[in-house]
Design a protein around this ligand. Structure first.
Ligand code: C2E
Ligand code: MG
Ligand code: MG
Ligand code: MG
Length: 291
């Protein structure tokens, strides 16, 4: 079974994550075959700054199962993690994303792409070198790749994780800390991780405009991140009011359905081309003034 730690670091058994049910074993086999057949896709969701500039795109994996239809990433990623398939999935995602970055660059679209990596990847020996080799093979500069990690990378063997992350940043790859606020003792982790960006988890952003506690948490997170020299991105921005609140709190960039959901490659290309150098404009809103 897969153990998951709660905020106090105590392992809790989650039956939902049990990797040995026939259902999960079936899905695992199907996922392995889908990866081999190239049937797993990446969609791309923009990160935009408040002046509309596109800061980058996040690659999000999408799998449509022949019988079950769309399988949510959270579900099959948990299966891949507990089964040893994760390195293979990550290789596939990195390969697909870098090929896309190279195509966009050839079209004059120099937009960085972020790839989510799991704690398993960060603990795979040689991971940093493998990423660097893959970048070189695609002719993509390291600065065009960002890796999104979570605090969970430090749960087991923090020293090895720190070494791998140092290796990656040494090659010029930018690191982003995803889902910030959902782990435990976040402050300690923030100091130990060589990240240049922090993403505030959607659970704090969603009710920002109506919940004063969430607003306070977001305010403190933005200030903390800035005092550490990090760029702050808010995830899950769905409406104008939340956008405005985040802008006023000094957040740097947002991601969310207000701007765009994750799009298949062709749609993402069209989206990028249509925005051109003007960037994304909020429908019906006067130009956002950036302090
Ligand atoms: P994440 O990296 O935190 O990605 C954000 C999730 O929020 C995505 O869900 C995205 O589609 C969703 N989202 C974006 N904007 C909004 C919004 O405005 N409202 C709402 N309600 N949701 C929004 P998705 O694609 O289902 O991915 C879930 C998680 O699965 C990701 O969370 C990430 O942890 C993981 N994941 C996705 N792709 C990969 C991958 O290629 N590799 C790994 N290791 N993990 C991945
Ligand atoms: Mg992410
Ligand atoms: Mg996230
Ligand atoms: Mg998340």
């Amino acid at each position: 079974y897969q153990a998951k730690r709660d905020r106090t670091g105590v392992e809790v058994y989650e039956s939902k994550r049990d990797s040995n049910t026939p259902d999960r074993l079936g899905l695992l086999g199907d996922l392995r075959r889908a990866l081999d057949a190239g049937d797993v896709e990446l969609h791309y969701q923009p990160k935009v700054r408040f002046d509309g500039q596109v800061a980058g795109l996040e690659a999000l994996v999408r799998w449509v199962h022949p019988e079950r239809g769309k399988v949510p990433p959270d579900e099959f990623i948990a299966i891949a993690e507990s089964s040893g398939l994760m390195p293979h999935l990550t290789e596939y995602v990195l390969e697909t994303a870098l090929a896309q970055v190279a195509r966009w660059r050839a079209q004059g679209l120099f937009v960085p792409v972020a790839v989510n990596v799991s704690p398993r990847d960060v603990h795979t020996p040689g991971f940093a070198g493998a990423v660097a080799a893959r970048l070189a093979r695609h002719g993509v500069p390291a600065g065009a790749l960002q890796l999104e990690i979570t605090e969970h990378v430090l749960l087991e063997d923090p020293q090895r994780a720190a070494d791998t992350l140092a290796g990656l940043t040494g090659h010029g790859v930018k690191m982003s800390l995803d889902d910030f606020g959902t782990g435990y003792s976040s402050l300690v982790h923030l100091r130990r991780l060589p990240v240049s960006e922090l993403k505030i988890d959607r659970s704090f952003v969603a009710r920002l405009a109506v919940d004063t506690e969430d607003a306070e948490i977001v305010r403190c997170t933005v200030d903390l991140a800035h005092s550490l020299g990090l760029v702050v991105v808010a995830e899950g921005v769905e409406d104008d009011e939340t956008w405005e609140r985040l802008r006023d709190l000094g957040c740097d960039a947002v991601q969310g359905w207000l701007v765009a959901a994750a799009m298949p490659p062709d749609e993402a290309t069209a989206w990028l081309l249509a925005r051109g150098s003007r960037g994304w404009q909020r429908p019906g809103a006067a130009a956002d003034t950036v302090p």
